[in-house]
Design a protein around this ligand. Sequence first.
Ligand code: Q9C
Ligand code: ZN
Length: 360
Amino acid sequence: MKTFHNPLHAAHAGRQEMFRGRMVPSYEVPERLEYVLAELRRRPLGELLEPEVGEAALEQALLRVHTGAYLEFLRGAWQAWVALDPDNAQRDALPSVWPLGHRHAFRMDAPTHHFAARLGQHAFDAGTPLTAGSWAAARAGAGCALAAAREVLAGARGAFALTRPPGHHAGPDYFGGYCFLNNAALAAQALRDGGCARVAVLDVDYHHGNGTQTLFYERPDVLTVSLHGDPATEYPYFLGFADERGAGAGQGCNLNLPLPRGSGFEAWSEALERALREVCDFGAQALVVPMGLDTFAGDPISGFTLRGEHYLRVGERLARAGLPTLFTFEGGYAVAELGANAVNLLQGFEAGAAGGSAGG
Ligand code: Q9C
Ligand code: ZN
């Protein structure tokens, strides 16, 4: 399969994130993508390409998923941050105040233009540093998702959008969880717009794909399924529970499979079987897999115990769903093993799609 990688990804390099009352070095670092690229060069799956998506097409696609106000916010955020205080040019922007919502009397529509307020309106955590290059990087990353969608629409069995920053936590008008633009949702929507009547998203990142779930929650044409650490104890805490099954016309079109922290490959695989049954019953014509490798035992911020060889099996199993499949790159913070784990999964998929079994 072809890989579309983001040539501007390193323009987004957060310095620090808030964690338990301290600023700690960012986990979501540019090296993550470099390790995957290096492994793809060692064990090639196919062409490594930069996306070629025109400005107008990209803008149009972004507006299918995110609000115009949010995109304008992101576009001008760095300039507004530095305008607040010239010294801010040396620091990343992080929110420190949030409008909790009308229930708490805070106005979500407060007529403020102060950047501190706008950050709070458009972010849901203080762990996602917004830097000088975040917009350029996120935008080019979205281009990878679109290019991969075009590849699948043109008949490819698989495509890989090697995006950074990741995307599955980003919602219609907010960022968080290291994510700004929801690459998987952009891909799913592009597949819909390109003629796939029904698209399924199967999120295998350790963390619940809250952004993707929310974007499609009331829609019958996109099924969202997520396997993840139980939000009772795991980030993002406020979404990802088993009783969230979709709403309105999308009733029944969302499935969450939370697993306790500490779960291993056996429990995880059972959940994957359940997820794939749902995808199959839905009658999807294409599958989008937000591919997080933070289910790995060595991941520094997560709690499952999958090992390197398990990712081959995961890829093979996904291939047996028999659907054109688009992978977006999401989490995974055990940087040194990230390349091998990611390529194992993709190689497993290729082997499974070819009807064989992957070695490695
Ligand atoms: N110090 C993705 O995997 N912070 N996002 C957890 C760790 C948030 C993960 C605390 C984790 C977000 C794409
Ligand atoms: Zn994650």
